[in-house]
Design a protein around this ligand. Structure first.
Ligand code: NAD
Length: 262
């Protein structure tokens, strides 16, 4: 990060799930750089997560976001340790190869993706909202995806359905808690250069190209570009933004025909 950042998140405490990789890690770094105390929650082991959290001056809490007790403990521990929970970036998610066309995707793969991508957001919101209502202040950002608003012929049926669920749930929660000082938005990233995406395309560059052609900007996003949006939504600069479908997608969801390469 070369630019000078304001300290608009000074004194705020932020929990980031899936915080040790990709969009979560970039966002945790950005939130910390803007003054927040960050708590990283991830399913990875302590030896991987703890040094990352330490480097940001925060805490690692090993958490499987599909487990209600672990999720409750995550937010309780954060509140106990730092005295508040002001920002929750509910971001952990998976995109496994077993999830494809509905014709090939089995019930087990369907359920696993729903659990990690959608039920986890339900659990995290359910656990954190009472703290935020009590404080009269909070910003929740749930990671959905551009596939919540577009269909793909290269289907990942459970993934897309889970992200549609995250978007609707965020909208409804945003409306329900708007008068309690709690803002709840869905971040809808376009394709981002992270391990989740690169793993998917590593074996097949043609697969990546088939997607790239639809992005008006002609490239995938970088994680720090999501992090900038997360920090904005987390901050008071977004004080009138709630229940939104916050697209950071390089224009993909608005495109019919895209520009030719120069
Ligand atoms: P990533 O694979 O780099 O990071 C995901 C993190 O979530 C990992 O650290 C992983 O250990 C953690 N995680 C997985 N299962 C977990 C569980 N049960 N409990 C706790 N942590 C768990 O992925 P990313 O690309 O940074 O994706 C982050 C979010 O952004 C996901 O919800 C993903 O669906 C969404 N998203 C990604 C893209 C993209 O192109 N990369 C586009 C749109 C939306």
């Amino acid at each position: 990060m070369t630019q000078d950042l304001t300290q608009r998140l000074a004194g705020r405490v932020a929990v980031v799930t899936g915080g040790v990789s990709g969009i979560g890690l970039a966002s945790a770094r950005r939130l910390a750089a803007e003054g927040a105390t960050v708590v990283l929650a991830d399913i990875c082991d302590e030896a991987t997560g703890a040094p990352v959290a330490q480097s940001l001056g925060g805490m690692f809490v090993r958490t499987d976001v599909t487990d209600p007790e672990q999720v409750d403990r995550l937010f309780a521990l954060t509140h106990e340790t730092y005295g508040s929970v002001d920002i929750a970036f509910n971001n952990a998610g998976i995109s496994p190869p077993e999830d494809g066309s509905i014709l090939e995707t089995g019930l087990e793969a369907w359920r696993r993706v729903q659990e990690v991508n959608l039920t986890s957001v339900y659990l995290c919101c359910k656990a954190v909202i009472p703290y935020m209502v009590e404080q009269g202040r909070g910003s929740i950002i749930n990671t959905a995806s551009f596939v919540a608003v577009m269909g793909a012929a290269t289907s990942q049926i459970s993934y897309s359905a889970s992200k549609g669920g995250v978007l609707s749930m965020s909208r409804e929660l945003g409306v329900e808690f708007a008068r309690k000082g709690v803002r709840i938005n869905a971040l809808c990233p376009g394709p981002v250069n992270t391990p989740l995406l690169t793993e998917l395309f590593a074996s097949d560059p043609e697969r990546a190209q088939r997607r790239l052609v639809h992005v008006p900007m002609g490239r995938f996003a970088e994680p720090h570009e999501m992090a900038a949006a997360v920090a904005f939504l987390a901050s008071d600069d977004a004080s009138f933004i709630t229940a939104s479908e916050f697209l950071v997608d390089g224009g993909i969801s608005s495109a019919y025909v895209t520009p030719l390469a120069d």
